[in-house]
Structures are given as C-alpha cells and as structure tokens.
Design a protein. Structure first.
Ligand code: ADP
Ligand code: XUL
Length: 528
C-alpha cells in the first residue's frame, strides 16, 4: 500500500499554490497557478483590481474558483496521485471576504463533476468584487467601530487589534451600506481561507478562530463572535458568518466533484483552512514563546507564538493560534519592507545587492549614532500616513543626507530597531529568529538582525512557508481526528527537518543597539 499524502493549498494575493507532504514531512510535490499570467481573462494586476479612488482593492471570487480547477487539472496532468491524499488543508490571504448569494449552499452541495466549477458557481455571489487585504477604504467604518466600543484600546482588548481598514468587519460594514441589495441577498460571508474550504467540501465551511481574529469581530479570548462588535458592524451578521471553528478541526470530506473529476479518495478529509500568516507560523513550527519569525518579503512581517494575549492599540495584532487551542500569536506588519530597501539600493548602491552588502559591511553597528526613518509608503507600524524620509545625526538633530554606507546601514538598522521596539510592545521576546522571504538571502542583513535582537538567526530551506504550513496543518488535523483527542502540534512535527543557522549575535553590537533603542523610540514619536 503506498504511503499517505497531506495536501496544503495557499490561495494568496497573486497565486494559488499546492504543496504535498508525506508522513515523514518530506515535500513530495509543488504546483502553482499565477492569476495574472494563467487566468488573464480576469484582467488582474498582481491578482487584484484597484479602484479609481486609490484606496479600494478587490479581486473577483470567480478567479479563485477558476484557479482551483486549473491547479488540480495541472496536477492531474502531471499524474499527481490524488488517491493517496488522506487530508487537505489550506491557507488564504488574510482579511479578504466572499459574499455567497442565497441558494449558493444548494449549488455547492449539488456540484457535478462533468462541468467546471466556474460555470456552476458563476451566479453564486451576491457581491462580485471581493475586498482584499490591500484595501484601505474603510477609515470611516473603523472610526465608527472604535466609537461604538468606546476607544481603539477597547476594540483591541476585545478583538486583538484596534480597528484596521483591511480587517473584514470594517469591509462588511462598508458594503452593507454601499451595496444594501447585495448584502440583503447574502446568505453567507466567508474569508478567502474558508471560501476555498467551502469549494472543497461543497458546503459553507466555518471560519477558523485564527484567521477569524483578523476581522475585528471575534472575541479572541472566548473564541466566539463578539456580539457588540457584530451589532456595531452590520445587521443580521451572526447568521451570515456561521459559528467559528477550532483551527485543527476536520470540517468534512471532500465533495464527490473532486473524486469524479480528479481522482481524490471519497474518504479524504478537509481540515479547517486558515490565514497565510497563521499558516506560516505552522510552516515554521513556531510554537513556544520566544520562537519568532521575521519575513522579509514585499512587506516585512514579524510574528511569533504567545501564551497570554496583550493587545495594543498602538501596534500589532493578536490572533488565536492556528495550532494550539489555548495559544495565541502576535504579529506586526510593515508596508516599508523590501521595496524600501530596494529604493535605497538603487539610490546609493547602483542597484546591486552585493554593493549594498559591501556598504553595510563598511559601517559600524549603531551607525555612529545616525538614525533614519524611510517611509516610502504610508506605514502601518507605527501608523504614519505621510510618506517621506527623516534622517537624524548623532546629536539628534535632523539632517538632509547621509554618506552611502550610513544610508544603507540606517535603513536596515532602523527597520530592525522598529521591530524590536514594537514587537516588544505586543509581548514578543525572541530567543531565536527564523528569517524567511526574499531578503533572507542576504547574509549581511541577517547579521544586523541578529545583532539588533541579540539572538541567533536561522533560515528554512522550503520557501513557501504558508503552503507548507497548510500541509502540516492537514496532517495535524487528521492526526487529532484519527486519535480522537487533541495531539500537540510539536508531537506531529517530530520528523521535520532542522533549520540552518545563518547568523550569531555579537554581544558588543547588541549592547550598542540596546542603548540606541530609547533614542530611536523618541525620534519615531517626534515624527508621527
Ligand atoms: P513576496 O512573497 O512578498 O512577493 P518575496 O518574499 O519573494 O516577496 O521577496 C521579494 C523581495 O526580496 C524583493 O522585492 C527583493 O527586494 C528582495 N530580495 C531578493 N534578493 C535580495 C537580496 N539578496 N538582498 C536583499 N533583498 C533581496
Ligand atoms: C496580514 C496581511 C497580509 C495578508 C496577505 O495582516 O494583511 O499579510 O495576509 O498576505
């Protein structure tokens, strides 16, 4: 008998990916569909449509539907052994929402293997443009929620984050007003994660508590919808959301559509889907407080496991853990990540990362007291709407320019000092850091990271941490169901490959950064 496989899907902003693992946690297959290139008829750029107001950003849900069939068709063509998959789970870009029209549940249940999903589901949506995480058009709704609950900290204490524009509840509040007929006709609202899960089980899949924490609607301690937040958001919301589920729960078997069309086994279990950041937490196996990841991608994120939630209205998010029913994760998000480093590289390092590294090596830890703030984009952490660069000399006075080596060092040191400052405020205390994302290929950047935090930095070999995390979660959920009890995630992860050590901290440099931190914090405040 051939060994079982566990499948992880990742429905992200620009693509749909699949990673399959075996029961020794080895990756056996990977597939991907790129929305812009492979489904050009939906006319997306980077997977999205941008509104004329510069704030609204949406994607057509039918695109995500079409991508699922295309992905599975590619896997079938490559003779992927669907019959060996015993469990599937998935990851979705966080915060995005899908509005199923009345009657869609019946349509989902009755899917026929003879026709593509997109033909059968083309009339299933009450709102044809799904808002995604890049949308920032709901400032008014955010203010309304914070007023209704008292203040930003009250929203954070209840839901894990103060009101954020991209968070789903504020998006729903906007649409309920802007498209009342569409909202009225809505039978179920899903996140992107539970949407793809719904397609797989042919029924409305519940929202898991971890991705559900990115909505400003879930009481993160009770892990149930917060009635006061629902009431302040839109009428009749409770029924439209359905009850949330534990992240490790099996939510049903795969629908006969996938058995008939692709050859899945009828017994294949679907484990609740979750958000991409929660799934990355699972993929990087961050379980103990002190295990922290820094993802240096298009944007930079820092996240880690947490036992006690300590929500802050000033920065960051607290989510329920996707792998531990009693745990939490904290996360901070930066818009000024790789693209901002690239802008400095292009300005002073001739567009070359090796030149950038050489300049970084030329300077000394602490940059002789020079500090810079580079807000190429409006920043999330701390919230700074006005773009611009702010440089300060060793005397704390503003200055207009740095020498190239000081400029490169200022952008990298500034980003990690900010992470140390703000992650500390949400309770993250790294003991070791796992670095992922494009810029984690840069050893000099990782050395600064290690020195600023004073802890060793490791890297993972598998780049798609969200899809891998979804596959790990499929195995985890399946194991819990098979044993009829909650099995700790660490127990299931025993065979996982070790991470590679990329940098060790220099204690002297670390002491310099510790002394710099209050100065950095003061300057940051003076700008905001
Ligand atoms: P995403 O998944 O968010 O689209 P990635 O994690 O693939 O992004 O990261 C892409 C970014 O990685 C690029 O924008 C680039 O700036 C950065 N990058 C790639 N190589 C290097 C390097 N050697 N040094 C620093 N940054 C790099
Ligand atoms: C997290 C966030 C993004 C999305 C898309 O809060 O907005 O990271 O999950 O990746």
């Amino acid at each position: 008998m051939s060994t079982p496989l566990y499948l992880g899907l990742d429905s992200s902003t620009q693509s749909l990916k699949a990673v399959a693992i075996d029961d020794r946690l080895g990756v056996v297959a990977e597939f991907a569909v790129n929305y812009d290139a492979d489904l050009p008829e939906f006319k997306t750029t980077g997977g999205v449509h941008r509104g004329a107001d510069g704030l609204t950003v949406t994607s057509p849900p039918l695109l995500w539907v079409a991508a699922l069939d295309l992905l599975f068709a590619r896997m079938k063509e490559a003779r992927f052994p669907f019959a060996r998959v015993v469990a599937v789970s998935g990851s979705g870009q966080q915060h995005g929402s899908v509005f199923f029209r009345q009657g869609a549940r019946t349509t989902l249940a009755g899917l026929k293997a003879t026709a593509p999903l997109r033909d059968q589901l083309k009339d299933a949506f009450a709102i044809g443009a799904s808002p995604v995480w890049m949308d920032s058009s709901t400032t008014r709704q955010c203010l309304a929620l914070e007023t209704a609950l008292g203040c930003p900290q009250a929203v954070a204490d209840l839901t894990g984050s103060r009101a954020y524009e991209r968070f789903t509840g504020n998006q729903i509040a906007k649409l309920a007003k802007a498209e009342p007929a569409g909202y009225e006709a809505t039978e179920r609202i899903t996140l992107v994660s539970s949407f793809v899960a719904s397609l797989l089980i042919g029924d409305y899949a519940p929202i898991d508590v971890s991705d559900g924490s990115g909505m400003n609607l879930l009481d993160i301690r009770r892990k149930a919808w917060a009635p006061r937040a629902l009431a302040a958001t839109a009428p009749g919301l409770d029924a439209r959301l359905g009850a949330p589920t534990a992240s490790h729960a099996t939510i049903g078997r795969i629908h006969p559509y996938y058995v008939g069309r692709y050859g899945f086994a009828t017994t294949c279990q679907v484990v609740a889907f979750s958000g991409d950041n929660p799934c990355s937490l699972a993929g990087l196996r961050l379980q103990e407080p002190g295990d922290v990841a820094i993802s240096l991608g298009t944007s930079d994120t820092m996240f880690g496991a947490l036992r006690e939630p300590r929500p802050s209205a000033s920065e960051g998010h607290i989510f329920a853990s996707p792998v531990d029913p009693d745990g939490y994760m904290a996360m901070i998000v930066y818009k000024n990540g790789s693209l901002t480093r690239e802008a400095i590289r292009d300005a002073v390092a001739e567009g070359s990362w090796s030149r950038f590294e050489a300049l970084l090596a030329k300077g000394v830890p602490g940059n002789g007291g020079s500090i810079g703030f580079y807000y190429k984009e409006p920043e999330i952490t701390p919230p700074v709407l006005k773009t611009g660069t702010h440089r300060f000399g060793p005397d704390g006075r503003p200055c207009t320019a740095f020498a190239p080596e000081a400029e490169v060092r200022a952008v990298v040191e500034g980003q990690f000092l900010s992470m140390r400052l703000h992650s500390g405020n949400v309770g993250l205390k790294p003991v070791q850091i796992l670095a992922t994302g494009g810029a984690s290929a840069n050893r000099s950047i990782l050395q600064v990271m290690s020195n600023v935090f004073g802890v060793p930095v490791f890297t993972a070999t598998q780049p798609n941490s969200a899809a891998l995390g979804a596959a790990y979660r499929a195995l985890h959920g399946w194991t819990c169901a098979a044993q009829g009890r909650f099995v700790p995630f660490a127990e299931v992860m025993k065979a996982a490959p070790p991470f590679t050590r990329a940098a060790m901290p220099d204690t002297k440099a670390n002491a310099v950064y510790t002394a710099m931190l209050p100065v950095y914090a003061k300057l940051e405040k003076s700008i905001g």
